[in-house]
Design a protein around this ligand. Structure first.
Ligand SMILES: NC(=O)c1ccc[n+]([C@@H]2O[C@H](COP(=O)([O-])OP(=O)(O)OC[C@H]3O[C@@H](n4cnc5c(N)ncnc54)[C@H](O)[C@@H]3O)[C@@H](O)[C@H]2O)c1
Ligand SMILES: [Zn+2]
Length: 367
C-alpha cells in the first residue's frame, strides 16, 4: 500500500492507495475515530453499487456500525439539487448525527455529490472518499465538492476536505477502457504542469497504464495525487497557483459545453485542450517541441488531440467567454513553458485563441 498526506494544517488527511482496501474500511473508520453509535451513509451509483457496495457494507457492519446506503443513477445528471435533496432525505431518515460520516464509493460524480451532502448536512459532518475511477484521483484531492445547476456546472458547492481517501486499485479492473484513458489525461496533466520526469514516464509506461498494471497504476496515482496535493497545500482556495491545475480546461470545458456533455468524456476534452495549450505556447514563442511531446504523450495514452471539424470556432469562443475563469474581457490561459512547467498568462488575445482552435482541426505539424 502507498500512502501520502495532503497537508492542510488541522484539515490534513491521508490518501491510501492499494489492493484490497474496500474490506478494510470498517477498521479504518474505527481508527479515524468515527463512533459506532453514529450511522454511516454510503453513497454510490448504479454501476459501482452492485459491484462493490456489499463488501463495503459488510466491512462496516462487522465492526459494529449501522450502515445505510443510497444508490444514485450513474452519470453526471445525478450531480443535481434534486438528487442532493434525495440523499439528504435518506440521511435524515437514517438518523445521521453530527458524528456520522458520509462515505463516497464511486467516481467523481459520487464524490462531488456525497461531499456536498457531507459539507452541508447539519453544517458539516464526516466525509470519506473511496474513489473507483482513475479520474477520481483528481477529484478526491483538493476538497472541491459541488452539484450542478441547469445553467452551469459545479455552481453550487463548497471547499470541504475528507477525513481520509481509500483508493482500492482492484475496483479499477471493471472500469470501461475509455474511462481509463480519460482518467489518465488528468494523471499526465499533473506531470505536464509540475513534473517533467513523470510526464515522460507516463508516455514510456502508457501501455502498462492502459492495461491497469497494478505497479504502474499505483505509482502513477500516487504521483498524480501527490502533485495535486502539493498544489492544493499551497493554495487551498484557488487564490493563485492552484489555477495551474486548469491546464487544458478552458478549451476542454468549451468542447464539453458545445458538443454536449457525453460526446467527449472530460479527460478526452481536456486532452484536446492540452494540445491546444501547447499550440498556444508555440504561438507565444515557446519551443514547438512542447507541442510535439505533449501530443505524443496524449496519443500514447489513446487520447484525442484533434478537434472534430464540426466544432465551430465561434461557438467555442462563445463558450469560453462564459467560463467562470474569464475575467474583465481578457482571456487567461495556463500555458506550458516546457514539459513540466507552466505559466498563467493573462491577456491572451482572442485572435490567437481562435487560430489555435482552427489549427487543432488540422493534421500534421502545427504552424
Ligand atoms: N472535485 C474536483 O476537484 C473534481 C475534479 C475533477 C473532476 N470532478 C468531477 O468528477 C466528475 C467526473 O468524474 P468521473 O470521470 O469519475 O465520472 P463518474 O463518476 O461519472 O464515473 C464515470 C462512469 O464510470 C462508472 N464507474 C465508476 N467506477 C467504476 C468502476 N470501478 N467500474 C465500472 N464502472 C465504474 C460510473 O458509474 C460512470 O458511469 C465530474 O462531475 C467532474 O466535475 C471533480
Ligand atoms: Zn479536469
Amino acid at each position: 500500500m502507498r500512502s501520502i498526506t495532503v497537508s492542510l494544517g488541522e484539515r490534513s488527511y491521508p490518501i491510501h492507495i492499494g489492493s484490497g482496501l474496500l474490506r478494510e474500511i470498517g477498521g479504518r473508520c474505527v481508527e479515524a475515530g468515527f463512533p459506532l453509535r453514529s450511522p454511516i451513509l454510503v453513497v454510490s451509483d448504479s454501476e459501482v453499487g452492485p459491484r462493490y457496495l456489499p463488501m463495503v457494507e459488510a466491512s462496516l457492519r462487522e465492526r459494529g456500525y449501522t450502515v445505510v446506503s443510497h444508490v444514485i443513477p450513474a452519470g453526471e445528471a445525478s450531480k443535481s439539487l434534486a438528487v442532493y435533496e434525495e440523499v439528504i432525505t435518506t440521511a435524515i431518515q437514517a438518523g445521521l448525527d453530527r458524528s456520522s460520516a458520509v462515505l463516497a464509493l464511486g467516481g467523481g460524480v459520487v464524490g462531488d455529490l456525497a461531499g456536498f451532502v457531507a459539507a452541508s448536512y447539519m453544517r458539516g459532518i464526516g466525509f470519506i472518499q473511496m474513489p473507483t475511477t482513475i479520474l477520481a484521483h483528481d477529484s478526491s484531492v483538493g476538497g472541491k465538492v459541488a452539484v450542478n445547476h441547469p445553467l452551469a456546472k459545479n455552481m453550487i458547492g463548497a471547499f470541504y476536505q475528507p477525513a481520509m481517501v481509500l483508493y482500492d486499485l482492484d475496483t479499477l479492473s471493471t472500469l470501461p477502457p475509455r474511462q481509463v484513458a480519460s482518467g489518465l489525461a488528468e494523471v499526465v496533466k499533473h506531470g505536464l504542469i509540475l513534473d517533467r520526469e513523470f510526464a515522460y514516464w507516463c508516455r514510456g509506461h502508457a501501455s502498462e497504464l492502459l492495461a491497469l498494471n497494478p505497479e504502474a497504476l499505483g505509482f502513477a496515482l500516487e504521483r498524480g495525487c501527490a502533485i495535486k496535493a502539493a498544489v492544493v497545500g499551497n493554495d487551498e482556495r484557488e487564490h493563485g497557483q492552484r489555477a495551474i491545475l486548469n491546464l487544458g480546461h478552458t478549451i476542454g470545458h468549451a468542447i464539453e459545453a458545445v458538443g454536449g456533455y457525453g460526446v467527449f468524456l472530460h479527460g478526452e476534452a481536456i486532452a484536446i485542450g492540452m494540445a491546444g495549450s501547447a499550440l498556444l505556447a508555440a504561438k507565444l514563442g515557446r519551443d514547438q517541441a512542447i507541442y510535439e511531446d505533449t501530443v505524443s504523450m496524449l496519443s500514447a495514452l489513446s487520447l484525442p488531440v484533434r478537434l472534430p471539424a464540426q466544432y465551430s470556432e465561434d461557438e467555442l469562443m462563445e463558450a469560453m467567454m462564459h467560463d467562470k475563469k474569464f475575467k474583465e474581457g481578457k482571456m487567461t490561459f495556463v500555458v506550458p513553458d516546457s514539459i513540466g512547467a507552466v505559466s498563467i498568462v493573462n491577456e491572451v488575445q482572442q485572435s490567437a485563441v481562435r487560430e489555435v482552435l482552427a489549427q487543432l482541426k488540422k493534421e500534421g505539424s502545427p504552424w
